[in-house]
Design a protein around this ligand. Sequence first.
Ligand code: MN
Length: 335
Amino acid sequence: MSNLDASGEAEQTGDGPNAEGPVWQELAPRAVALTPRSAAGLDGAPAADPLQVSRFIPTRGRRMVGAWCFVDYYGPVDVSTTSAMRVPPHPHCGLQTVTWLLAGEVRHCDSEGHDQLIRPGELNLMTAGHGICHAEVSAEGGPAVLHGLQLWVVLTEQHRDRAPSFEHWSELPTWQAPGVRATILLGSFDGVTSPASSYSPLVGLDAALQSGASVGLPLLPEWEYAVLVTEGAVRVDGVTMAAGAMVYLGTGRDSIELVTDDGARLLLLGGEPFTEQIVMWWNFIARDHGEIVAARDAWQAGRRFGAVPMSAAEVGQRLPAPPMPAVTLRARGRR
Ligand code: MN
């Protein structure tokens, strides 16, 4: 997925609640067109309505949850008639992209030669490291309904320049308790660890709650967490949240209580607070302005990030980087 919001850095600043301890901060999503209208149409075809996504992170006052630094949520939407996902080739560096579907199919294609269809319950994990480019399209002739998430994880200083790689996991470990079954996408939860590669202490899990469930998920007090409801309605620590709502919970909790009448599904994101200062601009994460300029120049010149072996007729022309802002980008902390 591509971040078209080149002005986003300014919106990532601002003081959030003090994260040292439990907080309750509902995150208001911004509606973002996933693909610029000009790039949404295939060659010679009229531009389709671009897919609209809800961007929860980064947002004013909340930039990260652990190393999770980008949360896009979309659907459920009927892509047989409108708004198919079509994200032309674009670069990434310094981060991992996580694709997780609740419905539909998406085809991923990257400059390292991976061409992978992903279905619900499977994980696509692309570790951009020094640099990679990819394209994503909702599968033609596939299921009508698309519903899912695209998440980014910032890479630590030690790992951010590593060689790019891609992983597809069709089976992931689960954690179960009466009334709930959770799939561990990335990281660890209560002794259950995903096989997918992660480089900082974190967790991403998808929990399905049965009707009438009342469960407590064990948390680590040193970590910060957030919950995004994706189906149904659930009371999180007594506050009712419907599908499409996200709350940041802070640190200092050893459990979170989840209660649902008619069943629900949610994503739990958490991790050790990320202490490095980063610059996040367009689809790049770096540590200073100069690194962003270098990444942008390389992409514009066709260097460093490779090319996606899909034709422009299939996925559109590679996305040009937006112009650099007039101001010098400064590295910032997690809030
Ligand atoms: Mn992307």
